[in-house]
Design a protein around this ligand. Structure first.
Ligand code: HXC
Length: 258
């Protein structure tokens, strides 16, 4: 991989988008590498949480690579959008929990990839925005869809129509960021949250993730039926037996299913 770094330690994978000279802008090669990386991770049982971040202290990801897009044809633009669609859907639906460690600018495709993660933790210097309409295009890596779902249509339209950049505290206020921390504490905060999540039932969490992701895209009754189905499935696990027995025996549960 030319543009990504991955380190796995204690069942946590830290994936770093590593093109600091262009503020980690996403070109086609990086998108293809992300796609392959997410495919690999989703098959790995030794990774339970993924932390996605950008290289350097300035940017998470400053967007799709404008120098690649400037001369792209409509067909090439669509191909790029579809490549990101597939890669970001893999990220969004993998059984592992995904945390975006937003360490600086998260603009355009950068804001969009962060929104395909389950949780966004922002450093205090982070800035979020969808500047595409100022470039004569529109968000093409999910921004019109995921931003509206996360913060509501009105706020999504305001951000996309004005191209305003918002700081980490504003992102927190509108529900785009889950937490804001000093930059020096960003990775440790993400890892601490990962440890807490991994102390619960990982398989149960993957089912809850599926219920939330699928359920919020369907009507309430179908979502509730899916929840009941997955709830029933969880009753087949060793973790369910261990978790409930441990509670009744007043001891800490040792949950291992994934
Ligand atoms: C390519 C980029 C880039 C990008 C920054 N760079 N963002 N290259 N694509 N998205 C490059 C700059 O050209 C520059 O290269 C180097 O990174 C440092 O950036 P500067 O602009 O010099 O830094 P600064 O003045 O601090 O400004 C930081 C910034 C600005 C505010 C983040 O770089 C910026 O506005 N970037 C573009 C943000 C953007 O519009 N993103 C949305 C892209 S469209 P050199 O060689 O000069 O040092 C998008 C669409 C997704 O994401 C869907 C597509 C289908």
């Amino acid at each position: 991989m030319n543009n990504l770094l991955m380190e796995v330690e204690n069942e946590i994978a830290v994936v770093t988008i590593n093109r600091p000279k262009s503020l980690n802008a996403l070109n086609s090669e990086t998108l293809a590498e992300l796609d392959a990386c997410f495919s690999e991770i989703s098959e790995r049982k030794d990774i339970k949480v993924v932390i996605l971040t950008g290289s350097g202290a300035k940017a998470f990801v400053a967007g799709a690579d404008i120098s690649e897009m400037v001369n792209a044809t409509p067909a090439e633009g669509r191909k790029m959008g579809m490549l990101a669609k597939e890669a970001f859907l893999k990220l969004e639906t993998m059984p592992q929990v995904t945390i975006a460690a937003v360490n600086g600018f998260a603009l355009g495709g950068g804001c969009e990839i962060s929104m395909a993660c389950d949780i966004r933790i922002a450093s205090d210097n982070a800035k979020f925005g969808q500047p595409e309409t100022g470039l004569g295009i529109l968000p093409g890596f999910g921004g019109t869809q995921r931003l509206a779902r996360l913060v509501g249509k009105g706020r999504a339209k305001e951000l996309i129509f004005t191209c305003d950049m918002i700081d980490a505290n504003e992102a927190y206020r509108i529900g785009l960021a889950n937490k804001v921390v000093p930059q020096a504490e960003l990775l440790d905060t993400c890892k601490a949250m990962a440890e807490k999540i991994m102390s619960k039932g990982s398989y149960a969490i993957s089912l809850a993730k599926e219920a939330i992701n699928t359920g919020t895209e369907t009507d309430l009754s179908s979502g509730l039926t899916l929840e009941a189905d997955l709830f029933g499935l969880a009753f087949s696990t060793d973790d369910k037996k261990e978790g409930m027995t441990a509670f009744l025996e007043k001891r800490k549960a040792n949950l291992t299913d994934f």
